[in-house]
Design a protein around this ligand. Structure first.
Ligand code: PEP
Length: 257
């Protein structure tokens, strides 16, 4: 039996302005109870422009909900127009930062070297990376999903020491299942999540591998979360579309109940 506390995180993507963000977090705060927070960790990942508002609400009302950003710069400061640094996110008391989401890899050509630099930037500012990995449809069809995903894990964790790696969250998100309504089968999800833990054990030893939380992401809903969470190497979910509906997200946090 795992002692890992599941992490249920809502990736809002480019949705909800700061006023909508406040209303949404208030709805979540109203619905979630101490019992929920005893069972799981809950986080929202709003757009950058919402973070200050979310911080004010969370701090002011002492909410137990955590929050983080969807990306960060690999640099700490300087002439990088449009970028947001890890120190800025830390100042807003972000707990998490998503790194290497497939939409950034696809639309912003982020490669493993940049993802690795961003993981290092996150650790410089004591932010917990939610590292996204996962294969596209072509790779899946060719049966290379494990090799492809483990290569992304290796690339992202290059030169990351064990004491940092033990705190990382890895989200396995098969790209063909994101926002498509296609959910990986339970065997598919467990196969790759199990392989990720195996690679962590090779890189850092079993003790570290057993500590790392591995999420599944890809069309998670209240109707499929229980079966997904029953997989031995799945320790939570990264939820996109369904996290924009507060009632649905709360059901997911409760594993569908
Ligand atoms: C995501 O954006 O990380 C994601 C998993 O999206 P969705 O749940 O909408 O498939």
């Amino acid at each position: 039996m795992s002692t890992r506390t599941p992490l249920m995180a809502g990736n809002w993507k480019m949705n909800l302005n700061h006023l909508e963000a406040i209303a949404h977090v208030q709805k979540l705060a109203f619905a979630l109870t101490d019992k929920d927070y005893e069972a799981v960790e809950v986080a929202v990942l709003p757009p950058f422009t919402d973070l200050r508002s979310v911080q004010t609400l969370v701090d002011g009302d002492k909410l137990k909900i955590k929050y983080g950003a969807q990306d960060l710069s690999a640099h700490d400061a300087g002439a990088y127009t449009g970028e947001i640094s890890g120190s800025m996110l830390a100042k807003l008391k972000c707990a998490f930062v998503v790194i290497g989401h497939s939409e950034r890899r696809q639309y912003h050509r982020e490669d493993d070297a940049l993802v690795n630099a961003k993981v290092k930037a996150a650790y410089r500012h004591e932010l917990t990376p939610i590292l996204c990995v996962g294969e596209g449809l072509e790779v899946r069809k060719a049966g290379n999903q494990v090799a492809h995903t483990l290569a992304q894990v290796d690339g992202a964790l290059k030169d990351i020491p064990a004491d940092q790696a033990r705190g990382i969250v890895i989200a396995y998100e098969p790209v063909w299942a994101i926002g498509t309504g296609e959910v990986a089968t339970l065997e598919d999800a467990q196969e790759v999540c199990g392989a990720i833990r195996g690679r962590l054990a090779e890189l850092y030893g079993q003790e570290v591998a057993d500590e790392v939380r591995i999420q599944y992401g890809g069309s998670v809903k209240s109707g499929n979360i229980a079966a997904i969470m029953a997989q031995p190497d799945v320790d939570g979910a990264l939820v996109g579309g369904a996290s924009l509906d507060a009632e649905e997200f709360v059901k997911i946090v409760r594993f569908g109940d």
